[in-house]
Design a binder for this molecule. Sequence first.
Ligand code: OSB
Ligand code: MG
Length: 372
Amino acid sequence: MKIEGVELRRIAMPLKAPFRTSFGVETDRDILLVRVETGDAEGWGECVAMSEPRYSSEHVEGAADVLRRFLVPALPAEVDANTVGASLAPFVGHRMAKAALETALLDAQLRARGESFGAFLGAVRERVPSGVSVGIMDSVPELLDVVEGFIGEGYLRIKLKIAPGWDVEPVRAVRERFGAELQLQVDANAAYTLADAARLRRLDEFGLLLIEQPLADDDLVQHARLARQLTTPVCLDESIESAAHAAAAISLGACSVVNIKPGRVGGYLEARRIHDLCRAHGVAVWCGGMLETGIGRAANVALAALPGFSLPGDTSASSRYYANDITAPFELVDGHLEVPTGPGTGVSPVPELLDAVTTSREWIALRHPLGR
Ligand code: OSB
Ligand code: MG
């Protein structure tokens, strides 16, 4: 596949409601979209880097910079999305930027041959169960109202963001109000240390599906120690940036569940490798989210249809995030999202909707000397 050029497009997407976590509050997403143009097709990738490096070291402006200066210029004249990772590997890190580019290339390649992401990745389901990630609220009554709304919409699992000072009480309140049958889990985004083990043990009585990333991203050893002190299964998010990290976490006993986010691990191919590895080791996986538009969501939903995804993902409907998505909205039907079946991701931005939220565009033409 010959690439004519790559467009970096920035869009501003106001969230319907502020999303508060232990690392900050998000009100408007500043999102980088990558579009590649080939002779036969175009392909889209959504970069999940956030505007500030608080969830991870990447941020949107840094991702745009590394794409324009290093990753796009490193593309060979003849690109195969399956092997392009090797051309990007000399540049350390920047997995979210790499993921966006590789996804756009994969999308173009699959569109050109009429194959869907789901078929390519190995999806075994036509629809995937959806959970919803609920941010930190100002009060427990407000939280209960929000959770009640999501349950009413049909979400099959609730994830509560927690932080020191917002953990046992909100979890207890949700359990008391909605009962033991509610599939419930928590996400700390690395807000605790091993010194908080006694506090975290108090969550054991609530029958949670899992606790996500209680400790620092670079602390697999301490996660293993913590896991031995809890009955709640430990799930890792921030700590798992590659299949190698997943292998290390599994062999240390640092987790028994993995949240797979394709952006965090450098793309869908690495995400599939992590899925395969976890499956072989009996480690459950589920598909995380980064407040994506329909572009990123479509590919996530395809990934979540692989056989090892045994828990509902943070694959919520478009309406959970945005009043107006840039694609046809993903809708919740019986608590599930349908896996797109069209070529590539199966979705495209609606030009007028996309233009209305675009804040900048940059075209990077690919020049290969001597027709290389
Ligand atoms: O830790 O899973 C996380 C959103 C942004 C950054 C990190 C996380 C999240 C979420 C929301 O929990 C997931 C979603 O609904 O997209
Ligand atoms: Mg998380």
